[in-house]
Design a protein around this ligand. Structure first.
Ligand SMILES: [Zn+2]
Length: 273
């Protein structure tokens, strides 16, 4: 009888053990690992890259969306399956039905990380006055965070190339210093940019073709002209990619970089602290 009970105990206990260990595994895999990146799967990495070969990590970042050009960038990113970061202006999300739809598409895209670019873009580009009011600056960034439900604290100051990470502290225009320090104190991690991909002021085309840009990026890495060796933050604005030639250049840039084994494209939340 005792032996029979023992066998039944084993038979009944074994599935429970499997269920229990499954529950433990599930609790380890979610949701904390995904929270950091707006509930997106942080494991989407290009498996072609071997950590030993990577010498250059490039962070592609796009500012001022959602707006004109945002969908062209998103579609390119989705086609290329590349990790990029968008800095969102809170007010733009609520400006029109189309922008709300664009925001929803960005949120649903597993390759896109979303970060904070303030609510009003420095009181509609009123940079000097804005940065002299640290409390209002904090309120503006918190408003975006709360209204869009950001789960990370990465932010970029409009019109200012300001850095406040654990190890990088830079302020391009000194009268913004107090506001930048206050934002950091309030918990925001400020990441500016190492290089900007701009528009030619005399045309609607990018000032540098993808081929020339890759050479420029190589040179910045090799001459240690980035804030942190081996890491480069590239800034571009969504709106410049409303032009289909420019969108094609973006695709060409990503393709060229993907073919270079020493390059890795990543989300800004992977920027070394
Ligand atoms: Zn901006």
């Amino acid at each position: 009888m005792k032996a029979v009970i023992t066998i039944w105990q084993v038979v009944l206990t074994f599935p429970l053990l499997i269920l229990f260990s499954g529950a433990i595994l599930m609790s380890c895999n979610s949701p904390s690992g995904t929270d950091k990146k707006n509930n997106k799967d942080s494991t989407i990495k290009d498996s072609k890259f071997s950590p030993n070969e990577v010498k250059k990590t490039l962070f592609l970042t796009f500012d001022d969306g959602p707006g004109i050009g945002t969908n062209n960038v998103r579609q390119t990113v989705e086609y290329e399956k590349t990790l990029v970061t968008f800095f969102i202006i809170g007010k733009h999300v609520f400006s029109s039905r189309k922008q709300r739809q664009t925001w929803a598409a960005l949120k649903a895209d597993p390759y896109i990380e979303l970060c904070n670019h303030g609510y009003t873009h420095a009181w509609h580009n009123n940079f000097n006055k804005f940065y002299l009011c640290p409390d209002s600056v904090i309120t503006d960034f918190k408003r975006t965070k709360d209204s869009l439900g950001f789960t990370n604290n990465i932010a970029r100051t409009p019109g200012r190339n300001i850095w406040r990470t654990g190890t990088v502290r830079k302020t391009d225009i000194q009268n913004s210093m107090v506001a930048a320090d206050s934002l950091q104190k309030a918990g925001f991690i400020l990441i500016g940019w190492d290089f900007e991909w701009t528009l030619n002021p005399k045309s609607s085309y990018v000032s540098t073709t993808a081929d020339t840009l890759v050479k420029k990026l190589d040179s910045l890495f090799e001459n240690n002209k980035t804030r942190k060796a081996g890491n480069l933050v590239l800034l571009a604005h969504d709106r410049i990619f409303k032009n289909s030639y420019n969108a094609l250049q973006l695709r060409r840039l990503i393709e060229k970089l993907k073919n270079r084994k020493e390059y890795r494209l990543s989300w800004l939340s992977d920027y070394p602290n």
